[in-house]
Design a protein around this ligand. Sequence first.
Ligand SMILES: [Zn+2]
Length: 87
Amino acid sequence: MGDLLATIQSHSNPGVSHKITLGKDGVIYCDCWAWKRNRKCKHLDEYYESISKVDQVTIEMDEDPMLSSDPSLENAVSDAIRDLKGN
Ligand SMILES: [Zn+2]
């Protein structure tokens, strides 16, 4: 069997969940009948949606302008350099 990537709760049957797994062939599987029939299903869509949201959050954090242009941080760095030079 492949690696379990996620467990998606069924909307039509509360209490039922479907397993999203990555097979050794690189194919992402779902264990519901719709996937077996069409090789796609709403659980897989939900899984892709959940990982794309995680990516967006990561990009927002990387592009945070506050981190690169914090004047107090710049002052602290130049103070440290001055201390090192002994001035
Ligand atoms: Zn499914």
